[in-house]
Design a protein around this ligand. Structure first.
Ligand code: ADP
Length: 181
C-alpha cells in the first residue's frame, strides 16, 4: 500500500540534528552537501540536560550561525524532546544524518527505523562526508584539543577561537562538566 504523504511544504526543509559540541568540518561538509539538495537546511542543536557540554546550546547556536552566515538557506535552532515532534512542527521533509564509517551504521539504522515508526512520512537521508573528515568526531576534537593537539583544519576557525577562549577562561576544553548549562 502506498504511503499516504502529507502535502510537502513549499521548499523542502531538511533537519540536521545533533549535539554539535563543537561543530566540526565534518558537520560543515554534510550541511553544505544538504544545502545543495534541499531548499532549506535547519541545523537542530539538541538540548540534552543529561550531558555536560563544552559549549552551551546557545553558544553552539551562535557559533553555527556565524559559520553559515553567508548561506541564506542554512538556519540553526535548538530543540529538546522527540525529534519527530520537532520535525512535524517545522514541517520538515527529511532528517539528514552523516555516515562516517560502518561503526555509525548500526545506531543510525536503528534510529532511522524508529523515527520512521513514529512518523512514517519523514525520511532519513544519509550522507557521506569527504574522506578527510571520516575520522572526525566532536568527542575526539575535544580530547585532542585538551591535550594540546592541533585542531586547525578540522574545525572552522571560529570554533577553534571559541575553544581557546574557553580554555583561557579556565574551563579547559576537555574538562567535561566545567561547561555551563
Ligand atoms: P550526535 O550527538 O547526535 O552524534 P553529533 O553532533 O556528533 O551528534 O553528530 C550530528 C550528525 O553529524 C550525526 O549524523 C553524525 O553522524 C554526523 N557527523 C558527526 N561527525 C561527522 C563527520 N566527521 N562527518 C560526517 N558526519 C558527521
Amino acid at each position: 500500500m502506498p504511503l499516504e504523504r502529507r502535502d510537502p511544504p513549499p521548499g523542502r526543509l531538511a533537519l540536521f540534528p545533533g549535539s554539535f559540541d563543537p561543530l566540526t568540518n565534518g558537520h560543515v561538509d554534510i550541511v553544505l552537501r544538504s544545502a545543495h539538495l534541499f531548499e532549506r537546511v535547519l541545523i537542530a542543536v539538541l538540548v540534552n540536560p543529561d550531558k555536560k557540554p563544552l559549549f552551551t546550546p546557545e553558544e553552539r547556536v551562535e557559533i553555527i550561525r556565524k559559520v553559515f552566515r553567508e548561506y541564506p538557506n542554512v538556519e540553526v535552532d535548538t530543540f529538546a524532546g522527540l525529534l519527530v515532534d520537532y520535525a512535524r512542527q517545522k514541517r520538515a521533509s527529511a532528517i539528514v544524518r552523516g555516515l562516517r564509517a560502518v561503526s555509525d551504521f548500526e545506531y543510525e539504522f536503528q534510529m532511522a527505523l524508529m523515527n520512521r515508526h513514529l512518523e512514517p512520512t519523514l525520511e532519513t537521508v544519509f550522507m557521506m562526508p569527504a574522506e578527510q573528515y571520516t575520522y572526525l568526531s566532536s568527542r575526539l576534537i575535544k580530547e585532542v584539543f585538551s591535550l594540546g593537539g592541533e585542531v586547525r583544519g578540522l574545525v572552522p576557525p571560529i570554533v577553534e577561537e571559541q575553544m581557546r577562549k574557553k580554555q583561557r577562561a579556565g574551563q579547559g576544553a576537555g574538562a567535561q562538566g566545567a561547561g555551563a548549562q
